[in-house]
Design a protein around this ligand. Structure first.
Ligand SMILES: [Zn+2]
Ligand SMILES: [Zn+2]
Length: 327
């Protein structure tokens, strides 16, 4: 197999040839056809997350087919099309796992972060965390659903029944969740980097009633806002945009420091919460609703050996929608 491997903080990924992995007890080996590039991959490469295990193969929006099944796997067979998300393993017995919050498990494993991911031709996954996908849909277009879509969905659920919803950052997650929110009958307000006409145009095409820069304020206050961009200064901006009792959801795994802000912005029962990871139930719920809502992703495909260049483009905001590697 071939893989793009990260060997040290902030290093360039290096193409390596490795022996094909053998799936262990309860595992499947998957031949990868598409792997989305998520902003979290940048946080891994930049060592902005703790406890990264080197060498590591990034990538956690994996679509492929099972090509070898380990012992004691009844759920999957060779040839099955699967999606492998960020959540790679949970312990099943900590208080969070027992209480239906496996996204907060005390000893989890994450694909492309603490176990090898999808910037590769093959990967091995715990069968219990690989979603069966069936045959509908295109591999490249579906890859971003596996994290941008799925964790985006969890953040939308956390935003409650807000009729007027702000999305700060309109990349992979924003453009997927906007479609679901519009389908649900909400009014979507898309906030982008100043001057990002491409992202604002995409937002309007997908049904947003308003698109502008993140330091602009729509006429009416929002019921809730979700922050997808990793910029701490968006927290006070989003709090400023929501009404009394409104909620701001931080959906990213990493954010630059939040600047201090006057208590007035939080006062009047505004709420500020974060989203961490996903549960498998989120995945089942989201994949069903994405089909119903007819979500179409805006993707650009790149060969696996261009992973470094794609990460640079993502860092500079030069990707419209989502980038996908095709091994
Ligand atoms: Zn646990
Ligand atoms: Zn992700």
């Amino acid at each position: 197999m071939h893989a793009m491997v990260l060997t040290a903080p902030r290093a360039r990924l290096r193409m390596e040839e490795r022996p094909d992995p053998i799936p262990g007890e309860g595992q499947i080996r998957v031949k990868i056809s598409a792997c989305g590039v998520c902003r979290t991959d940048l946080h891994v490469v930049d060592a902005e997350l703790p406890n990264i295990r080197y060498p590591i193969v990034p990538g956690h929006e994996i679509i492929g087919r099972v090509d070898l099944v380990g012992p004691n796997v009844a759920s999957h067979a060779a040839g099955d099309r699967v999606g492998i998300p960020w959540l790679g393993f949970t312990c099943g017995h900590c208080r969070f796992c027992r209480d239906g919050m496996e996204n907060l498990c005390d000893s989890p494993m994450f694909t492309g972060y603490t176990r090898d991911g999808g910037y590769a031709t093959h990967t091995v996954a715990d069968a219990r965390y690989a979603f069966p996908l069936g045959e509908a849909g295109n591999d490249v277009e579906m890859a971003p659903l596996l994290c941008a879509g799925l964790i985006g969905w969890r953040s939308l659920v956390l935003a409650g029944d807000a009729a007027r919803l702000g999305l700060f950052g309109f990349g992979a997650a924003g453009h997927i969740i906007a479609q679901i929110a519009v389908w649900q009958g909400r009014s979507v307000y898309a906030f982008t980097r100043r001057g990002d006409g491409a992202a604002q145009g995409l937002a309007r095409r997908l049904g947003a009633v308003w698109a502008g820069a993140s330091d602009e304020t729509p006429d009416e206050p929002l019921d809730a806002a979700i922050i997808y961009a990793p910029a701490g200064e968006l927290v006070p901006a989003a709090l400023r945009a929501v009404r009394k009792g409104g909620r701001v959801v931080c959906a990213g795994i990493h954010m630059t420091d939040i600047p201090s802000f006057p208590y007035d912005l939080l006062w009047e029962e505004r709420q500020l919460v974060s989203v961490a990871n996903l549960t498998r139930q989120d995945g089942f719920d989201f994949l069903k609703i994405a089909r119903k809502a007819g979500v179409r992703t805006e993707t650009t495909a790149f060969p696996l050996n261009q992973a470094n260049e794609v990460l640079s483009m993502l860092r500079d905001g030069r990707i419209l929608g989502a980038a996908v590697l095709t091994p």
